[in-house]
Ligand binder design. Structure first.
Ligand SMILES: [Zn+2]
Length: 308
């Protein structure tokens, strides 16, 4: 309410004063305490990142991009803490899983690193968390918009569907959190994933740090502006954490995975649990999202030549 409306309507002000007194006495949203927040951090949706030059160790700008990613996570932590988060777990969920600069993060959090690991980008999540935040996320491989649009593996997969609906990593990971009753409260990334995530999950806070022009191009905010935006958005999301619903798909859940290549599908078709439904696609039905995610993690990690 604007001050001017109070002075213009003194009678109404008197009428609402008791309510105002009650509101003033109640703890504001920012005074919540003891919230436990899970942050899953990817890199394609981080400020400034557009190509492999930022996204992997061989790129000329990777070391700088690691800092941008780390500072975006720092900003989300600052915002979450301002609204009552006291316990933070961050999963380093891009590339080699060892992008975040540990010395630059608060020293009273924990970070989950490297692969393979159970539940992949959501490793470590359980029902003790109050909410989850996705930083640096990107669109699905089914989306024609978005910087570096892909789902789990741009080299190998052309589509991932849950119950017949194409999902980005945001959807897979929201469903894992949902299994544990944990809502996704915020996402940062480009404008395309903000739209895709909102269409899929409904209400969540989004911080758009760049506008996608193409698979390898974007108009980006400057890093400091992105950090400020993410901090404000995280603070807002945690302050109204009670508003968000977990994305719980229940079970059984039907997973369909389409591969770029022919042979993985042919060989997976030998398994009784995986039905080959066309030349490039297999279908698996899991009892719940954990079974589905474990199957997907197996698909992406199994290698008979793997050592040790
Ligand atoms: Zn990534």
């Amino acid at each position: 309410m604007h001050i001017s409306s109070l002075t213009r309507f003194p009678i109404r002000l008197a009428a609402i004063l008791p309510l105002a007194a009650i509101l003033a006495a109640a703890p504001p949203a920012a005074a919540q305490e003891g919230l436990k927040i899970y942050i899953s951090a990817d890199m394609e949706g981080v400020v400034g990142t557009v190509t492999g030059e930022q996204l992997g160790p061989s790129g000329f700008e990777y070391e700088r991009a690691r800092r941008w990613m780390t500072e975006e996570v720092n900003a989300a932590i600052r915002g979450a803490r301002a609204s009552g988060a006291t316990e933070i777990v961050v999963s380093d969920s891009h590339g080699n899983g060892q992008n975040l600069l540990l010395d630059e993060l608060p020293q009273d959090i924990t970070v989950i690193r490297s692969w393979p690991r159970p539940l992949a980008m959501m490793a470590g999540i359980d029902d003790t968390f109050d909410g989850a935040i996705f930083i640096g996320y990107h669109t699905s491989t089914d989306n024609s918009a978005g910087v570096r649009a892909h789902t789990m593996s741009s080299a190998r997969l052309t589509s991932v569907k849950l119950n017949g609906v194409p999902v980005p990593e945001t959807g897979l990971n929201a469903a894992i959190a949902g299994y544990f009753g944990v809502p996704i409260i915020m996402l940062s990334g480009d404008d395309a994933i903000a739209e895709e995530a909102t269409d899929l999950l409904g209400d969540l806070e989004t911080a758009v740090v760049k506008k996608a022009y193409g698979f390898h191009s974007a108009e980006t905010l400057m890093p400091a502006a992105a950090y400020r935006l993410i901090e404000e958005t995280a603070a807002r999301a945690v302050a109204r954490i009670e508003d968000f619903e977990p994305w719980d798909l229940g079970g059984p859940i039907e997973l369909e995975v389409s591969f770029k290549n022919y042979r993985p599908v042919e060989v997976l078709g030998y398994l009784e649990i995986a039905e080959r439904i066309d030349s490039h696609t297999i279908r698996y039905t899991g009892t719940d999202m954990i079974a589905v995610e474990n199957f997907l993690t197996f698909l992406l990690n199994y290698d008979s030549n793997a050592a040790p």
